[in-house]
Design a protein around this ligand. Structure first.
Ligand SMILES: N[C@@H](CCC(=O)N[C@@H](CS)C(=O)NCC(=O)O)C(=O)O
Length: 256
């Protein structure tokens, strides 16, 4: 038994969405840097709990292991009282949030996994075939984001008046594979919603920690002026305690 949450993740990775959720819930958690592209990280420890060796991976206080970012966010929203507001209160809006989370996992995050690890998805070794696969995957990823933008039209945030799990995952995954540049041209008003999520006080400090590119092919693009080049491992790994000011913000929003 750990008696707390342990989150395996790394800079510029999908663990950012779960970190934002923990900040929003004002829950303490232990952050462990682990990633397949970082051989000096806690990869052996991660492998023991998740044979896929993917992040985010969350070990629950009872020792249970949660993988799959959408599943982690849904678990917190449904089962952890402090995280209730990760999902909208209204059942119909909540249903759309669940749909959106699974949409991102199935159609967007999966495309990133192909583009980042082409060698896992083709037997071809010639550069031209691989580049074709990369470009085809990217085109499909952009198409999926267009459909997402046309389907999930919540305002000012995707979850309604306050950002929730759907906003956090959409904001993180849309930073990869050139999706934001594509949306800027093709779905500018959705891009504005994403920019509002980025700027929200629950989200911005976490994105700042993630703001410089890691070694992944599809890493988060540095935010404007958000500490590019200043990130250090010590500022990212470790314990994170209840962010009181942020907790108050959510509570205040609830009172309105
Ligand atoms: N289906 C997983 C995908 C997670 C995933 O692909 N994570 C990436 C980092 S953003 C990873 O750990 N990749 C390492 C690898 O596949 O070797 C989810 O939705 O959370």
């Amino acid at each position: 038994m750990n008696e707390t949450y342990t989150l395996y993740g790394s800079r510029s990775s999908g663990s950012a969405a779960v970190e934002v959720a923990f900040e929003a819930c004002s829950l303490p958690y232990r952050l462990v840097r682990a990633a397949t592209w970082e051989p000096d990280s806690a990869l052996d420890e991660l492998r023991k709990v998740n044979p896929m060796q993917q992040i985010p991976t969350l070990v629950l206080p009872d020792g249970g292991v949660m993988t799959e970012s959408a599943a982690i966010l849904l678990h917190l929203g449904f089962n952890v009282p402090a995280c209730r507001r990760l999902l909208p209160e209204d059942a119909g809006t909540r249903a759309q949030s669940i749909r959106g989370l699974v949409f991102i996992a199935a159609n967007c995050y999966s495309a990133i996994s192909i583009a980042d690890y082409l060698e896992r998805w083709t037997l071809s070794t010639d550069d031209k075939s691989r580049e074709d696969l990369r470009q085809g995957t990217r085109r499909q990823l952009h198409r999926h984001w267009e459909i997402f933008a046309d389907t999930f039209t919540g305002s000012p945030y995707l979850s309604g008046a306050q950002p929730g799990a759907l906003d956090f995952l959409a904001a993180v995954v849309s930073k990869w594979g050139g999706a934001r540049a594509h949306l800027r041209e093709n779905r500018p008003s959705f891009l504005k919603t994403l920019a509002s999520i980025d700027a929200h006080e629950l989200v911005a400090p976490v994105f700042k920690r993630h703001s410089t590119c890691g070694r992944r092919a599809s890493c988060m693009s540095p935010m404007s002026g958000a500490g590019a080049g200043s990130w250090r491992a010590s500022s990212w790994t470790g314990w994170r305690f209840r962010p009181v000011r942020i907790g108050l913000t959510w509570a205040a929003a609830r009172a309105r």
